[in-house]
Design a protein around this ligand. Structure first.
Ligand SMILES: [Zn+2]
Length: 497
């Protein structure tokens, strides 16, 4: 017999089996029961949160002869026919692979034929944001005047890529990330149902590995069942996830927090030689310190973390020994690494530099000494420069911070390249202006493009404090004045072009 994944096998077939989306389920059930069904729906949310499952249940429910509590009964003639694959009344289209205008036209032409089984023809279009522009327009035409018997359910993970003209014609439902506790409950139910033994902590770990996606968590559960041969243990799950051995990890984290660079690098070498990827190791270290912070600062930590006794005890030991500031600083360094690793091929080197930095950062005495030294040096430089008539640019950490918020706003609007370009720019503030200095003409052009500028202005407006946003060509520093400053800061080896 072919193997069916847990996700497929336990896919909900009634609304009551859908987990974590109560707000949506209630509304849809209500629509079925009061017979107030729309013609176009858009389901949005992260992958694996149940969009397609809910769409399928809804498609059968609108056609069911005797819906039970808003869900399809599964027994009537229509339910039986519609459960067969290849029926012509419920059509599922994956826009990622059928995104051409011809394919959408073919679909919308057939829409005028009445359903063969029940009352409605339901079109479920997955990943609808992948449709080409022409295909979108063809779809829009149909959405404007759908036949009485047609229902469209559009599903997408990228709602901001959907044209407003489409959105305005659809009832929108936002699928939420499913809480770990709800996913864990589902996994326990499934494991009990298939007769698989498990450690409670193992289930919690599987649930949290899904990051809110039921599908992702269940596919990890699937692998764990096969890997652990029907007795899912915490250690087994760690191995499936490729996570680090907790003992070795604790030992590495302790070395970092102790500021013991020698031991830290040895532990890193040991773990890397076992084939551990530094990306995962970075996440594991960040997670460890996050857990330690929880234990230090949250009275419910034990229940919330749901870790095995042994691991909890060793983390509790760390929590008693190290300060919140120290843990926080290490956590920040390690979690900030993700971005850096993405843009480099020298993963191991960057990682080793980061753990070394974390070791140093962990030692607050060294840090403040270093800081004092830097400040003294800076003050000296500024004094020298003032004497020579150079007005230092006003220190502008605030401008930088405002600008970072703008960049993150751009990223959220899915203008990732613009966000990236924004971070490359220099910024400063005067009383009345917020000046963005851009080195490359191409990038400047990008910022001055009307559409882009409108978006930037909209994000900047609430942060502006009454200042006007000004884009400028990069003004080169006056070399005679700047050179000594730069040389003093960075040493004589610096080459300036
Ligand atoms: Zn039925």
């Amino acid at each position: 017999m072919a193997y069916t994944s847990l996700y497929r096998k336990y896919r909900p077939d009634t609304f009551d089996k859908v987990i974590g989306q109560d707000h949506i389920v209630r509304t849809l059930k209500n629509q079925i029961e009061t017979n107030s069904i729309g013609h176009a729906y858009i389901f949005t949310g992260t992958r694996g949160t149940g969009k397609t499952s809910v769409a399928k249940i809804f498609a059968r429910a609108v056609n069911c002869l005797h819906p039970e509590n808003g869900s399809p009964c599964g027994k009537c003639e229509n339910c039986v026919e519609l459960a067969k694959s290849g029926n012509f009344d419920i059509l599922e289209i994956d826009a990622a692979s059928n995104n051409s205008v011809d394919q959408i036209r073919e679909l919308t032409e057939k829409i005028n034929f009445p359903p063969t089984i029940g009352r409605y023809k339901v079109y479920i279009i997955d990943e609808v944001h992948m449709l080409s522009k022409a295909a979108f327009n063809a779809l829009l035409k149909t959405l404007e005047e759908p036949p009485e018997h047609a229902i469209f359910i559009l599903a997408t993970t990228e709602i901001h890529q959907i044209l407003p003209t489409i959105l305005s014609r659809c009832l929108r439902f936002d699928f939420k990330l499913v809480p770990n506790s709800v996913i864990a409950e589902r996994i326990r139910f499934i494991f009990d149902d298939i007769g698989c033994k498990y450690e409670p902590e193992a289930v919690e770990l599987i649930a949290s590995s899904g990051n809110g996606s039921v599908r992702d968590a269940l596919s990890v559960a699937d692998m764990c069942v096969s890997y652990c041969e029907n007795n899912v243990t915490y250690g087994g799950v760690l191995e499936v996830l490729g996570a680090s051995d907790p003992q070795k990890l604790t030992s590495l984290c302790t070395a970092i927090a102790d500021g013991d660079i020698d031991k830290t690098l040895q532990e890193v070498a040991n773990l890397c030689d076992l084939g551990k990827s530094v990306n995962i190791l970075a996440i594991d270290i960040a997670t460890t310190f996050r857990n330690v912070l929880y234990i230090k600062n949250c009275s419910q930590a034990k229940r919330l973390l749901a870790l095995p006794e042994g691991i909890y005890a060793s983390l509790k030991g760390m929590a008693d020994k190290y300060s919140t500031e120290k843990c926080l600083s290490i956590m920040k360094i390690m979690s900030g690494l993700e971005g850096e690793l993405r843009y480099s091929s020298q993963h191991r080197i960057i990682f080793e530099a980061a753990v070394t930095l974390a070791c140093l950062g962990g030692d607050s005495d060294t840090k403040s000494e270093e800081l004092a030294l830097k400040v003294a040096r800076l003050e000296k430089v500024v004094a020298t420069m003032k004497k020579s008539g150079f007005e230092p640019a006003p220190a502008a950490p605030d401008a930088r911070q405002v600008w970072k918020q703008v960049a993150s706003g751009l990223e959220k609007s899915n203008m990732k390249f613009l966000a990236f370009a924004a971070l490359e720019a220099e910024v400063e503030m005067t009383e009345t202006e917020f000046i963005v200095k851009i080195a490359s003409p191409a990038t400047l052009g990008l910022f001055l493009d009307k559409n882009n500028r409108d978006v930037i202005n909209k994000i900047f407006q609430p942060l502006s404090n009454g200042r006007k946003l000004v884009f400028k060509d990069f003004v080169h520093l006056d070399e005679d004045k700047a050179l000594p400053y730069v040389k003093e800061m960075f040493g004589q080896w610096v080459e300036i072009k």
